[in-house]
Design a protein around this ligand. Sequence first.
Ligand code: EPS
Length: 364
Amino acid sequence: MTLELRTAGESHGPALVAIVMGLPAGLRLDRDAIDHDLRRRQEGYGRSPRQQLEQDRVEVLAGLRHGRTLGSPLALVIRNQDHENWAWGMSPWPPEGDASGKGTTPVTLPRPGHADLAGALKYGHDDTRHTLERASARQTAVQVAAGAVAKALLREIGIEVVGRALEIGGEATVEEWKHATDAARADRETLGGVIEVVSDGVPPGLGSYAEKETRLDARIAAALMGIQAVKGVEIGDGFALARVKGSEAHDEIRADRGRETNRAGGIEGGVTNGEPVVVRAAMKPLPTLMRPLRSVDLETGEPGAALVERSDVQAVEALAVVAEAAVAWELARAAREKFGGDALGDFLAAHTAYLERIGWPRNA
Ligand code: EPS
């Protein structure tokens, strides 16, 4: 038993969709809790005016009845309100009538740092919009909806996952972030930053050392690296561990099997050890610049300036919410693999029996 997620959707297409497979039957979902996470993802100081246009709300098309999962595939949809401005340009079928609205002329000036050039070459696109619409971070909205579902499952076994921004543009306080974001906007620049996700209540034994595909740290790293603009991931003290001695790097084990320190970030050998799971991700500055970098026109082969299009100045606070969803998804997937069960009660009973066997929580 595992959890599976498939998504589809273009940034200015009609909608974003997700299909979630492998949830137990009987899990109660709260529409407001999902929408709350969608709203959190839209907030943040550096976001584009697009966020005033979108009011992301989840719609459920299948797999749920009267607020409880059925054990069948769960189908989630988030409509793109902005699509009405792109109805001709992003029409799934050959558009009728004269060209109107946005997205009507081909984009041939790839942005350094975006998937534009690689996508055009790889797929043979003569309009980089064919690439950028899917490469866009817009699709993280539906990942957050799926993550909110994962968090509902984790909450049943006492696991809480919380993401937050640590740094934006090299600054560490909210006031400084705002100032740096204002300055970047005025300068037609973009910023990156660092986020952290902490998961509490995780029992020992999620993930396995047996194969690299089952190591939870590898899965979490892949999940975070799979988010747009993420260029670095660390678990626990991560890169800092490379600079200290072994006696300063590891977390000594007390008689009750707890630890005084958590440099490992709650994962040893790819398996959770009962301490909080702590992960961080580094986000590069967004590649859509109002002061464009040098590029090439793919149609003419002439040098040119990269595409300039409405975008965010920075989306680090949004990344914290998206990363929270990604970590929750991986923990929920590992929990489904460990505890199984078609009905929620089976899943909970397996969790309880396991905790009894290992004598956890350690203070009980
Ligand atoms: C994005 C560019 C901006 C962002 C978008 C991601 O969109 P637009 O080009 O329509 O202004 O706002 O993110 C979202 C719409 C979202 O909901 O996160 C990009 O190029 O990746």
